[in-house]
Ligand binder design. Structure first.
Ligand code: PTJ
Length: 246
């Protein structure tokens, strides 16, 4: 039991969710290591949503709002960390939810699907009858009704291969990744450098605010991925400069 008053309460709660996710059979051990890398970058960002991430969230919401067939890809880490809000976002957008795993096996897919259904999802795509060309991992297998035919895909805590392959297929990819230097971050159409736990509720709120296409297109036009990533790096440098004198 972690006391509310613990100075690192939020961070410890996230670890607890992932450890529970592992015990419940959603999350893989490798996912716990990936979380550790994310924690390090989160620390360097001051464990907050920095202004360029806020701008990227708006741009991501705009692209999702404009999409004709948006898809939210769920893996073992996101199923443990924020299943409820992924379902909420899918409902706000009428987006498909697809379980897509790097370390795929039927048991994990089934458990994650059940979790999302318990959180109120109506349908979860788990039939993998199509392949995304150019990927060698299990992630190449996707649902024909979901990622294969979708025009915009939201991915979080993702390896770079699939992001690149999806972009090559002409899809818009919105990636949530705390590492601004990762291949995913540098290849996605829109990259949100922030913790998925903070991003998902903010993204859902932003999506709900859009009411017309012109406004969404204006937000998209003003977003530039590389400039945004550089601004995030500038925040990290600023955070580090003078840290010891704070
Ligand atoms: O559940 P599976 O089988 O699909 O496997 C998922 C993992 C996470 C094991 C797989 O996608 C993986 O190995 O990912 P990588 O290549 O380690 O990349 C994960 C990226 O996500 C890293 O750049 C981390 O910094 C970042 N990350 C980790 N935790 C978070 C995060 N980004 C946002 N929010 C987080 N909470």
């Amino acid at each position: 039991m972690i006391p509310y008053t613990h100075p690192r309460y939020e961070s410890l709660k996230k670890r607890e969710k992932l450890a529970d996710g592992y015990r419940d059979g959603f999350t893989v051990l490798e996912g716990l290591i990936a979380h550790g890398r994310g924690e390090a970058f989160n620390y360097l960002l001051g464990e907050t949503t920095v202004p360029p991430a806020r701008e990227a969230i708006k741009a991501g919401a705009a692209l999702l709002f404009l999409a004709e067939a948006p898809v939210i890809s769920v893996n073992g880490n996101t199923a443990a960390l924020c299943p409820e809000v992924m379902v909420e976002l899918s409902k706000a957008l009428k987006a498909k939810l697809e379980v897509n795993l790097f370390y795929r096996n039927d048991d994990r897919v089934e458990r994650i699907k059940r979790k999302l259904l318990e959180c109120g999802a109506d349908e979860i795509l788990t039939e993998y009858s199509a392949d995304i060309p150019g990927i060698n991992s299990e992630r190449r297998k996707v649902s024909r009704e979901g990622i294969y035919s979708g025009d915009v895909v939201l991915v979080a805590i993702e390896d770079g291969d699939r992001t690149e392959a999806l972009v090559r297929q002409g899809k818009g990819v919105i990636a949530i990744d705390l590492n601004p230097l990762s291949r995913t971050a540098r290849k996605a159409t829109i990259t949100i450098v922030d913790d998925v736990i903070r991003v998902m509720p903010a993204l859902t709120e932003e999506v709900k605010h859009f009411s017309n296409r012109n406004e969404a297109m204006r937000v998209l036009r003003s977003y530039n991925r590389d400039r945004n990533l550089q601004e995030v790096l500038n925040y990290i440098i600023k955070f580090l400069t003078g840290t010891l004198s704070r």
